[in-house]
Design a protein around this ligand. Sequence first.
Ligand code: 13P
Length: 250
Amino acid sequence: MTKLIAGNWKMHGTAADLGEVHAVAERAAELAGKVEVALCVPATLIHRAVETVPGFAIGGQDIHANENGAHTGDCSADMLRDAGARVVIVGHSERRDAHREADADVRAKAESGLAAGLRVILCVGESDAEREAGRAVDVVTAQLAASLPRGNTAALRAPGLDVAYEPIWAIGTGKVPTTADIAEMHAALRQTLLAELGPDGSNVRILYGGSVKSSNAAEIFAVPEVGGALVGGASLKAADFLPIVEAGAV
Ligand code: 13P
C-alpha cells in the first residue's frame, strides 16, 4: 500500500507560509505514485492553499458532525469541501482533550466527513499513565472500535479512511515508542479494523504520529503495518517535512 505522509499544522500558519505548501506540493507531484502527501492547514488557510497548489491534497483539522446549524465557530464537512479540502483529521487527542470530544463525537465526525467525500484521518492514542499501567493496547483498540464510522459502507471503503495511532505522550515531546511497541499496537489496530469492518478493514492505512522526524522516519516506516505518518512540528517547514516524505517513498 502506498504510504500517506500527512502534515498537521495545528494552529500555525498564515499566508506568509504558503511558500512552504508550494514547496511540499512540488516535490509531492514528482513523487506521485510512490507516496501520497497531504497538508492539513488551519481552516483560514485552506482556500488559499488550494489556490496556491491546485491538485495537491489540502486538508482541515476538524469538522462539526452536522451539515449546518447554530454552531458558532464550527465548520461542516461540506464547508471544508467547498473550500477545496480533500482531507480532514478527526479525533485528534488535542481535540478529545481540550474540546472534550468523546468517541461517539469522533465517530459522527468521521461519518460526516466520509459522506461529504473527504478522506478521513481518524486519530487514536493512549496517555502516558495508560501506557505505564500496561493498558495501552486495550485502551487504543477500544477507542478505535468506538470511534469508527459505520453505516455507509460505500463511503467507508478505503481509500476513504485512514487511522492514525498517536500516543499522546509522544506528541511534541521528542519521545517515540520502540519499534516493537509500534508494531504491537499497529497489529492490534489491524485486528480491530478487520473485526469491525470485515474485509474493508484490510485497506485502511494505519499511520503513526508523534515526534516523527527525518531522523526516525525510515525506521518507523519499516515497521509492519505502518502505512505512513501524521506529522506535527516537522511538517511546518518543507525542509523538515520533505525528507520524511522521501523516506515514505522508498
Ligand atoms: P508532533 O509531530 O509535533 O509530535 O505532532 C504529532 C501530531 O500530533 C500530529 O497530529
